[in-house]
Write a protein that binds this ligand. Structure first.
Ligand SMILES: Cc1cc2nc3c(=O)[nH]c(=O)nc-3n(C[C@H](O)[C@H](O)[C@H](O)COP(=O)(O)OP(=O)(O)OC[C@H]3O[C@@H](n4cnc5c(N)ncnc54)[C@H](O)[C@@H]3O)c2cc1C
Length: 476
């Protein structure tokens, strides 16, 4: 009798649970995501932003309409025109070019997608090929800067991946050996060498990669804009795409007047914003991350930190910190935290004072002599994150005319520029190299699927908490 009662109550609990899951899923599906907002770029880099181009104010036709004016969109526009000058290429940017992550990042230029960074994720030959293609792309960035007449504060003499936990040393030593055997020119630096090059005793060791460096976020945007326009691409700013109707000819509704753009092809170059247009809704989510810039260091401060090499570096935490010492002697420092907001809210709601303190705290741990230094700028930006950390590039749609390059998982300065080229190459039937890689048009299937709300928010929060706890074990 008791057993029957127990079973009945278990069935009731399960039924209630299923009903809650189904109704909440339907409810949140009906409510949907928060709408896109496009906040002003208030970063240190933004003071280099140029006046915006005029918005789209009429109906137009195009061969390729690119949505988004970050590195992906501008690079796609530049390369498409470069490979085929007769194409009608337009860029539609909701706010100003460089308003998104491309104008707000931490200034580091890195080879490899996040998955292959200091890790052979797929297989040896793929690892080497991704390294070669992404390193080659840095030369293309340099060329664009040179040809545009904007030097972009570009420095490409390498970067350092610092290791906090002594227990990780053997992994990195082994990895460097494997990478060297593949012909990847990394160097393992012990604690002394790390201190000699970066001026800090904070790290147990590090790995130096000669392919990488730093750049001024907006100067690179300006260079790309100049080059894309020089090749003949037309860029409309303050021209938000409100709606996409798929077909052999795709119809976009743009701006307050809903002007129409009829395009044979489109490019989704909207990274963290992409789900708001109805694409990659269950695989790419927007995550908020912050970066800051210090006041310029005095000569004494510079001398005291002895960061002789001036090489940029980032550490080995989940919520890693990244640092760049600029030519004007300011330190760009970011990371240490990130957040996903309920229903994919793009509006920043963080506690800036808390972020300020967290960043200063870390900076002073790395360079104790900088105690008392001030941050002059602190800002938020949006990362396009996936569960497998693999950036997405390819072509989709019933008519095979929707190109996309997005989801850089926080490591996209170099990759986004490169994906613009990949998209243009694939469109033009030209060999780039990335289209032959397993990561081209890649989906990891179920692993790629991110649950809808409210489970998405609960899952993201739980995962972030887990990562934070792991990181706190490394705190010194
Ligand atoms: C705080 C922070 C620090 C980072 N630091 C680094 C770093 O040091 N190194 C590194 O390699 N990577 C870094 N990244 C990641 C890197 O900045 C991005 O991966 C890269 O810039 C993405 O470029 P994108 O062109 O694809 O996207 P974005 O630059 O975000 O551009 C997308 C554009 O699309 C526009 N848009 C969106 N929706 C619409 C619409 N409906 N209509 C029209 N336009 C639309 C947006 O306004 C935006 O300008 C960082 C990112 C952040 C946020």
């Amino acid at each position: 009798m008791n057993l029957i009662k127990k079973r009945k109550s278990m069935i009731t609990v399960m039924l209630v649970f299923v009903v809650i899951v189904i109704t909440s899923s339907i409810l949140f599906w009906l409510i949907g995501d928060k709408k896109a907002v496009f906040e002003k770029n208030n970063s240190f880099w933004a003071k280099e932003m140029k006046p915006a181009n005029a918005p789209l104010n009429k109906n137009i036709e195009a061969d390729v309409a690119i949505i988004g004016g970050g590195y992906t969109g501008l690079s796609a526009a530049y390369h498409l025109k470069k490979y085929n000058s007769s194409l009608r290429v337009v860029v539609l940017e909701a706010k100003q070019v460089g308003s998104g992550a491309s104008g707000r990042h931490g200034g580091m230029v890195l080879p490899q997608p996040p998955t292959e960074s200091f890790e052979i994720a797929y297989k040896d030959s793929i690892h080497k090929a991704t390294y070669d293609l992404t390193s080659r792309n840095m030369k293309a960035i340099k060329k664009v800067c040179e040809e545009s007449g904007i030097e972009c504060d570009l420095r490409l003499d390498g970067f350092v991946h610092t290791i906090i936990d002594e227990e990780d040393i053997s992994y990195y030593k082994e990895y460097v050996k494997e990478a060297n055997d593949l012909g990847i020119p990394l160097e393992f630096w012990n604690a002394d060498k790390t201190e000699e090059m970066l001026g800090t005793e904070y790290y147990a060791a590090s790995v130096y990669d000669p392919n990488g460096g730093s750049v001024h976020a907006i100067k690179l945007i300006n260079a790309l804009k100049i080059m894309a326009e020089k090749e003949g691409a037309v860029i409309y700013e303050n021209s938000k795409v409100n709606h996409i109707s798929e077909g052999e000819i795709i119809v976009l509704k743009v701006g307050d007047e809903n002007n129409e753009v009829k395009a044979k092809n489109i490019v989704l170059a909207t990274n963290a914003f992409t789900s708001k247009l109805g694409y990659f809704k269950y695989s790419v989510i927007p995550v908020h991350a912050q970066t800051a810039v210090t006041e310029p260091l005095t000569e004494e401060q510079l001398e005291s930190i002895a960061w002789e090499s001036r090489l940029p570096f980032y550490d080995s935490k989940n919520y890693l910190f990244h640092l760049v010492l600029r030519d004007d002697n300011r330190i760009v420092i970011g990371g240490g935290d990130a957040d996903y907001y309920f229903r994919g809210d793009l509006q920043y709601k963080g506690d800036t004072q808390k972020i300020y303190e967290m960043i200063i705290n870390e900076l002073v741990k790395i360079y104790p002599s900088l105690k008392g230094i001030k941050l002059e700028y602190i800002w938020d930006g949006l990362l396009g994150m996936t569960s497998d950390e693999i950036p997405k590039v390819g072509v989709t749609g019933k008519h095979n005319n929707i190109y996309y390059g997005l989801a850089y998982n926080g490591q996209g300065v170099n990759m986004a520029f490169m994906f613009g080229d990949v998209i243009a190459s694939v469109y033009s039937g030209k060999t780039h190299g990335w289209e032959a890689m397993p990561y081209y048009s890649y989906s990891s299937g179920i692993q790629d699927f991110i649950l809808p709300e409210p489970y998405r928010w609960i899952g993201a929060k739980a995962l972030m908490e887990y990562y934070k706890r792991q990181d706190s074990k490394l705190d010194k």
